[in-house]
Ligand binder design. Structure first.
Ligand code: AMP
Ligand code: TRP
Length: 325
């Protein structure tokens, strides 16, 4: 059965961008593929993070995986740090990725720009190597992510080709799987920037109060026209709200645009706010019941055991191919 893998970093409150670009889509793969979903807690260390927050965020994210509809009987849900093969393969693959390639990564450039030059860790630079290891250990062909991760997937594909060319058919070439809409949800306060965990003014957090969510959508930056159409360049704010609406209602962009014709911007925003608060509201209820259920820890324990079986087999295959004992 084809394998699918994806992960999210526990670096802060999950946003609507994470939800639409990644989390919401994960459960839909469970019936088609053998699915592996993990929490990228080692990757979280590439940004400054307090130990207590890291622990809390990790637990929260696991609860959100379950609340979003991942079924631990169908999906293997685990913590990256609990499967040591991720770190081992990382140490091996570091030797097959070039500094030049890594320095071209947009995520590295963006994140390091926000940091003091003397405090940019090696882990941030080498981030895509660990990410490649995460994927390759599971022989995953399908990797659902948002648009910002496509470049990392391309690097992973190049790495596999280079590695296999030298050592034989050892690693499987993965492919990024993007949604039809909502691959890059933008900030509500500045729709030319990506919605991110670190921008509370422009983001919507999955744990946020529903009234605060509604307020942010009603005051989202748009433009001074009156027509509702999808044009990311000329109308980034309206296009972003359309993407959110299309993704949450599972409708094509054409149908979504048609469904809001005749509305004023105010009426359109109200419709988007209704849909978003309804979806996040019910997600929050399921999240609360997951927390109360006490199941989260057990799911992660079982998940790590299952993931380890697959990951260790691949690691052995790689070690053997390159001449390690
Ligand atoms: P991260 O929070 O960086 O670990 O991201 C986890 C997942 O969410 C990745 O697949 C990202 O591509 C996706 N993602 C993050 N921000 C956005 C956004 N603004 N729009 C769409 N997808 C996003
Ligand atoms: N880099 C991803 C992000 O920031 C998270 C991640 C880590 C990931 N390893 C992965 C996603 C492997 C997919 C597959 O969003």
């Amino acid at each position: 059965m084809t394998r699918m893998i994806s992960g999210i970093k526990p670096t802060g409150g999950l946003t609507l961008g994470n939800y639409i670009g990644a989390l919401k889509r994960f459960p839909s793969f469970q019936s088609q593929y053998q699915t592996f979903l993990f929490i990228a807690d080692l990757h979280a260390l590439t940004l400054p993070i307090d130990p207590k927050m890291l622990k809390e965020n990790t637990f929260d994210l696991a609860a959100f995986y379950l609340a979003a509809g991942l079924d631990p009987n169908l999906s293997t849900i685990f913590l990256q740090s609990q499967v040591s093969a991720h770190s081992e393969l990382n140490a091996i693959l570091q030797n097959f990725v070039y500094m030049g390639e890594l320095s071209r990564m947009t995520q590295f450039k963006e994140k390091s720009l926000q940091m003091n030059d003397s405090a940019i860790g090696l882990g941030l630079f080498a981030y895509p190597v660990l990410m490649a290891s995460d994927i390759l250990l599971y022989d995953a062909e399908v990797v659902p992510v948002g648009e910002d991760q496509v470049q990392h997937l391309e690097l992973t594909r190049d790495l596999v080709q280079r590695f296999n060319h030298r050592f034989g058919d050892i690693l499987v070439i993965p492919k990024a799987q993007l949604g039809k809409t909502g691959t890059r949800i933008m900030s509500l306060s500045d729709p030319t920037k990506k919605m991110s965990k670190s921008d509370p003014k422009g983001n919507i957090e999955l744990k946020e109060d529903l009234s605060s969510i509604r307020k942010k959508i009603m005051s989202a930056v748009t433009d001074s026209e009156i027509s509702i159409r999808f044009d990311e360049k000329l109308k980034p704010g309206i296009s972003n709200l359309l993407s959110i609406l299309a993704s949450l209602t599972n409708q094509s962009m054409e149908m979504t645009v048609a469904s809001v014709q005749g509305l004023t911007y105010g009426g359109f925003k109200t419709k988007v706010a209704d849909v978003v608060t309804e979806e996040i509201g019910s997600l929050q209820k399921r999240y609360q019941s997951m927390i109360k259920s006490g199941l989260v820890q057990e799911v992660l324990n079982q998940g790590a055991k299952r993931a380890e079986l697959v990951a260790n087999a691949t690691l052995q295959r790689v070690k053997k191919a390159i001449g390690l004992w």
